[in-house]
Design a protein around this ligand. Sequence first.
Ligand SMILES: Nc1ncnc2c1ncn2[C@@H]1O[C@H](COP(=O)(O)OP(=O)(O)OP(=O)(O)O)[C@@H](O)[C@H]1O
Length: 309
Amino acid sequence: MIKTHGLTKRYGRTLAVDGVDLDVRPGDRYGFLGPNGSGKTTMVRMLLGLVYATSGEIEVLGEPVPRRVHRVLPRIGALVEGPAAYPHLSGRRNLKLLDAAGPGGPRRTRKSRVEDALAAVGLSGVDSRPVRAYSLGMRQRLGLASALLRKPELLILDEPTNGLDPRGIHEIRDLLIQLNEAGTTVFLSSHLLAEVEQLCTRVGVVDKGKLVLQDELTAVRTPTGRVLVDSPDPAAAVALLDGRLEHRDGSRLVVRHDDPAALNAQLVGGGVRVAGITEQRRTLEEVVLEVTTSSADRIDGASRPGAAP
Ligand SMILES: Nc1ncnc2c1ncn2[C@@H]1O[C@H](COP(=O)(O)OP(=O)(O)OP(=O)(O)O)[C@@H](O)[C@H]1O
């Protein structure tokens, strides 16, 4: 779906993207994760032919970009930082103009295409007020609606939940999962670990322009060699565990063990009731901290004494 080879972008002395080999496969919900300033936006812009690479190759939907980007763009939906819209027109009017401008489909079905896109992003009740009166979250939703107008095979989204409140984030996540299950491949950039962990099936981690990790989320989140047990008979469980108990918090036990099924059989066989049992896996945060260096510009700039808030 998206492949890059040795993709590099230099702005003067700044190496914004450094030799990235991206591999986004059909059906992925791919999270491109990195702190602010790590090169995510530059990467997204290069994929869309908006910025030229210094070196390296890009292929999107089997076509070389930027050379054949005109063939690619009608098949994808994109949302890049600060979605553009005519501020004096309503969201609905903006979408109609956008639909008319592209190879969206016949004019008589335009209204239904626009209403479908508005409904998908939770904006169907929007009135005729101009876009300049929209909140940041509404603008973001409108941007997503424009990305959906052409029922794209691939969505490329730069920080799609920027400016949304928790409910909005939840709705957009559900929408992206729904679209993905209906066949759309989703590529999104984000600096939010939790967002990627909850939404994505595959993850790429970028650090100072370099791709330091790329894999399926389940492969990344490897087992820790611990099993989490919840039992209404914790004391009896501990007695059976033979020194393998690592931690106990009320009815919850952390046990050094790598086979939850075998442990469950042992506990139940010993007369211990088990309310819940799962294998503990590393969190995405632990994995990311391991593969990235400390991020110079993460947040610390604003918290320095005397720095502007
Ligand atoms: N047009 C430009 N001219 C010069 N430097 C740039 C330009 N665009 C980006 N950069 C630099 O390239 C690096 C990567 O920036 P980029 O915006 O791609 O990162 P990002 O991960 O998207 O960050 P953010 O989430 O803050 O947008 C930064 O050091 C940035 O200052």
